[in-house]
Design a protein around this ligand. Structure first.
Ligand code: MTE
Ligand code: MO
Length: 255
């Protein structure tokens, strides 16, 4: 089929079309020359996940590249209030140790969320500070990689808000999260700044229960459960992710 000049022009201007072409290109390269070539192509377009070439290899890189192109601007599905699960799975127990118990006994008034790394204004936020920013709520599904899920309403501040207040430097690429129970994980800047990515303190119109990560957790409805870190204590902005295995699961967990 011969394209009219108008069609060609539209493809140039419309980012969705550009993305479609890029995705087709990746799939095509994977088919004709093998997945390694497609992964190389993805790398040239800045679409390689930081654990590419590790245990998940080229296939994982390709999944990340394709999914990110297709879903960068899309939202996770939101539900009606009537669809909220009546028995949400709370598998969490509070972090062990005196420190958490002490903070909990004080109603988490001394809980601080530290923001540092590649920001103009490193600092820390109390719960009260965080609640002063506009509250965003979403009714979304938390899906665990082990096969269970539930729908709940989460409320909190957009992570993007805290990043803006802190002044992210232009060369930054990732946001790394630390929790009180010693977990570490990260998001790329697009996902960190996505409107549905929250630092949540509310759950089904109450405070976030400790079992669900209270007083503060990361809520990333576009990714699987294990990326939704509970007991959030630190946020570090960086341009590279270094060393160590952060999780037994793959870094990108897009749904
Ligand atoms: N700090 C911390 N965050 C965590 C976990 C954890 O053990 N510690 N478990 C993760 C996993 S595997 C899942 S599925 C979800 C479960 O969240 P929920 O207990 O609120 O349902 O939390 C995630 N965040
Ligand atoms: Mo999970």
């Amino acid at each position: 089929m011969i394209k009219s000049r108008n069609d060609a022009k539209e493809e140039q201007m419309n980012p969705i079309s550009r993305r479609k072409l890029m995705t087709r290109g990746l799939a095509g390269a994977a088919g004709v020359s093998g997945i390694a070539v497609a992964a190389k192509l993805a790398g040239e377009h800045g679409l390689l996940p930081p654990d590419a070439g590790g245990i998940y290899g080229c296939g994982h890189a390709l999944t990340y590249a394709t999914l990110r192109l297709l879903t960068r601007d899309s939202n996770a599905r939101e539900f009606q209030r009537s669809q909220i699960s009546t028995t949400p799975h709370a598998r969490g127990s509070a972090p062990k140790g005196d420190e958490f118990a002490r903070l909990q006994a004080g109603g988490f008034a001394d809980w601080r969320l530290k923001v540092d790394g590649m920001v103009e204004r490193p600092g820390s936020f109390s719960l009260a500070d965080i609640k002063n920013y506009p509250m965003h709520s979403q009714i979304t599904q938390l899906i665990c990689e082990e096969g269970w899920s539930y729908i709940a309403e989460w409320s909190g501040v957009q992570l993007a808000q805290l990043l803006d207040v802190s002044g992210v430097l232009p060369q930054a690429k990732y946001v790394v999260f630390r929790t009180m129970d010693g977990r570490l994980n990260s998001l790329d800047m697009d996902e960190a700044r996505h409107g549905q990515t929250l630092v949540a303190y509310g759950f089904n119109s109450g405070d976030l229960p400790v079992g669900h990560g209270g007083p503060l957790r990361l809520r990333v409805p576009k990714q699987l459960g294990y990326k939704n870190l509970k007991y959030l204590q630190g946020v570090t902005v960086t341009d590279k992710l270094s060393g160590g295995r952060r999780s037994k699961y793959s870094w990108y967990a897009g749904i």
